[in-house]
Design a protein around this ligand. Structure first.
Ligand code: IVH
Length: 687
């Protein structure tokens, strides 16, 4: 059952109906609890689950308001799932609670206001809170006796958890012996989780069971009878709470407790902060939201807690959660949707890429309707059928990825997908090389390959023809005006004007830009030809070695191979490219039409300030997208990464740079702004 069906439940029917509806909803939620907590295999996304629970609470509130009874065992009042029998059980005293959620500022304000009222604080007073990420893993209780780890248990249903001591001993993050001055006994509570990297590696390696997200992967890896498996899974831990203790003086507030934990060598998240009042809380949420994607682990919100233990006690608990804490959730980065169809895209080198057409869904503010499936192997590994329901994740600026299918929801009419035997664009036969990639054999006869090659030819790191973008090239190919790159130099203002989007002025500007692009350097020209495996760096190396196009045209495979950075594959592609009569004709044509390969002395060394450097790009740029810029910088030898760390050499900061800029400043990473970048790029392209 999904949320859409749930929302069809009428909440204004008679009580009889309401009771029946609520019962169905409870059963549904119980089923999802079991899938999530006991089987580590959810069939709905967290946000769908949250919506079901909300619905239940609303309906129960309605029942309660008319004097009805809410059973103690309703899922709205319970914590987590049952402890599974394969493990011995450990009883928690005091029980391990859950947290109530809020989803927006209004709900958070409401929580804060009710809390201050309950604590009888004067109006507008600033309550001291602890703010920290809500880690997306599973809660555990670690018992230390005389400093030694003696028992570890999952939360289970809050009362009883599973004894996972042997497995927890395999987690290197968790000390088996506390340092400093540990008490006779203490129950340290916190979250076991898996980093994004460990999760991606685990799913990529797996040919069998896939996990929907790092949380399920962490739970599945901990709840194993064989501790060897846990050891290999690379789990992490942060502490955020306390159970019972002996011979230990509880400090006044939670933030101090975390400091004591630090002294015990227990891992604590550095993002935890003590803050004062509502505005600071909202600011914390906003700021953490900005860096969420850059963190090495998944977080799904912020947990705010009353910092002072005495006040926590005063606020107390309701059924399954404390009144002194709240989880303010971020928009989900993982949703479920459906694959409506699988299309094939044909790239510049003829590679056929399957792309899933999805029922459009919103993930963290962006509507997503496509996701690449990479290749046939990937489809087979994930057992993807057309019609399948799937989990889709969008982490940061990265393109959305189908993590796994939901086999439990596969419709009867779901179809297996077969890669085509002929190119869907030009109908040429396809060929499969040693890799999983299937290619169209049509070369430049294939319209898709032709279009993509032309787009590459005109792109910024190639001939950099201003104004000759994808759409115009597609239209020109469609109208039969463009066949080869040489045609670009043949077309007149009159020709360009016949394209749907071009008027007199733009056509004139375009011809002027093309005229300018005639004066080109040898490395750019080689790169523009779009030879397989020959990116900007290799193109430059070729130019340095041969210093003229004529010499390259007649070079042997061995000569190519002797160049640093050019391997056997690339040498083969180079030779075959320059042996192809059509390619030679296009090059001759281009030279005849007046491409001038400027007589510049090519520097013998790759003298770029970016060579071998780790760079991060943030903000927006007038001249190119972040992806284009990354490509250009890679061409100059940079390693482009997504997040700023102390190992970052440069942060390239465009307009509206946000948290990455702050972080770079904090870590004293060298910052290159748009203007400085322009200077550097100009300097480099003169080579
Ligand atoms: S405090 C009594 N702090 O969220 C309060 N919980 O949805 C106990 N969680 O069961 C929890 N990060 O598994 C707390 N910083 C954090 C947390 C956190 C994640 C989990 C924990 C809890 C669940 C409730």
């Amino acid at each position: 059952m999904d949320t859409k069906q749930i929302s069809l439940f009428s909440t204004d029917g008679n009580t009889q109906d309401l009771d029946a509806q609520v019962e169905t909803l409870r059963k549904e939620i119980e089923k999802h609890n079991q899938a999530y907590y006991e089987l580590d295999n959810p069939v709905i996304s967290d946000s769908e689950y949250d919506a079901l629970l909300r619905n239940l609470k609303d309906l129960e509130a309605k029942i309660a308001s008319t004097g009805g009874n809410i059973p103690q065992n309703s899922p709205s009042r319970k914590v987590g799932g049952k402890a599974v029998k394969k493990f011995a059980q450990i009883t928690h005293n005091p029980p391990m609670l859950s947290l109530d959620n809020v989803f927006n500022e209004a709900e958070f304000r409401d929580f804060y206001q009710k809390l201050t009222t309950r604590l009888e604080l004067p109006e507008n007073s600033e309550l001291t809170l602890s703010a920290e990420p809500k880690f997306d893993g599973l809660a555990v209780n670690l018992r230390y006796e005389y400093g030694k780890l003696t028992a570890a248990a999952t939360r289970g249903d809050g009362q009883n958890g599973e004894d996972v001591t042997a497995n927890v001993r395999e987690i290197t993050d968790i000390p088996k012996q506390l340092t400093g001055n540990p008490p006779d006994s203490i129950d340290i509570r916190g979250e076991i989780f898996m980093t994004k990297k460990a999760f991606a590696e685990l799913n990529a390696k797996s040919s069998g069971k896939l996990f929907a997200n790092p949380r399920n992967a962490a739970a599945g890896s901990l709840r194993q009878l064989n501790p060897e498996i846990t050891r290999k899974r690379n789990l992490s831990f942060f502490a955020y709470g306390i159970g019972s203790y002996q011979n230990f003086t509880l400090p006044e507030n939670y933030s101090e407790l975390l400091n004591l934990y630090r002294a015990f060598n227990i891992p604590i998240c550095d993002l935890q902060k003590q803050i004062n009042g509502l505005d600071a809380a909202i600011e914390f949420m906003t700021n953490l939201g900005k860096i969420r994607n850059e963190l090495p682990f998944d977080i799904d919100g912020v947990v705010f807690k009353v910092d002072e233990f005495a006040l926590q006690k005063q606020a107390g608990f309701i059924s399954r959660a404390p009144r002194w804490a709240i989880a303010w959730k971020f928009p989900a980065i993982e949703v479920s949707t459906r694959i409506l169809d699988i299309d094939i895209q044909v790239g510049r080198t003829g590679a056929l890429t399957p792309v899933a057409r999805l029922e459009p869904v919103e993930i963290a503010g962006v509507t997503v309707s496509n996701a690449t499936l990479h290749n046939a192997l990937e489809i087979a590994r994930k057992d993807i059928h057309i019609g399948d329901f799937v989990f889709l994740r969008r982490a940061g600026d990265v393109i959305p990825e189908i993590v796994k299918t939901i086999p439990e929801k596969r419709p009867a009419d779901a179809r297996k997908f077969q890669m085509p035997e002929r190119c869907p664009v030009c109908n040429s036969a396809v060929i499969q090389d040693e890799s999983a990639v299937i290619r169209c054999s049509g070369g430049l006869h294939c319209r898709a390959q032709r279009t993509a090659s032309l787009i590459h030819f005109a792109s910024r790191a190639a001939l950099d023809i201003q104004g000759l973008g994808e759409k115009i090239i597609e239209d020109a190919v469609e109208l039969g005006k463009l066949q080869t790159p040489a045609d670009i130099f043949r077309l007149t203002v009159e020709d360009w004007k016949q394209l749907p989007r071009l008027g007199q002025k733009s056509a004139e500007n375009l011809v002027a830009a093309i005229e300018k692009a005639r004066f080109c350097t040898l490395p750019r020209f080689i790169y523009a030809l779009g030879i397989r495996e020959i990116g900007a760096v290799n193109a430059r190396a070729l130019a340095e070695q041969f210093s003229s196009i004529e010499k390259i045209l007649t070079a042997s495979e061995e000569e190519f191979l002797s160049i640093d950075g050019i391997g056997a594959e690339s040498a083969k592609y180079l030779k075959s490219f320059f042996s192809d009569q059509e390619n030679l004709a296009v090059i001759a044509d281009l030279l005849k039409l007046g491409i001038v390969l400027e007589e510049v002395e090519v520097k013998k060394t790759l003298n770029s300030i970016f060579s071998g450097k780790k760079v991060v790009i943030t903000g927006s740029f007038a001249d190119f997208s972040r992806e284009e810029l990354a490509e250009i910088l890679r061409g100059f030898g940079a390693k482009v990464s997504a997040s700023v760390s102390k190992n970052t050499d440069f942060l390239i900061a465009g307009e509206k740079a946000g948290s990455k800029l702050d972080k770079a400043r904090e870590l004293e990473v060298q910052i290159i702004d748009a203007e400085k970048l322009q200077e550097e790029l100009q300097g480099l392209s003169k080579n």
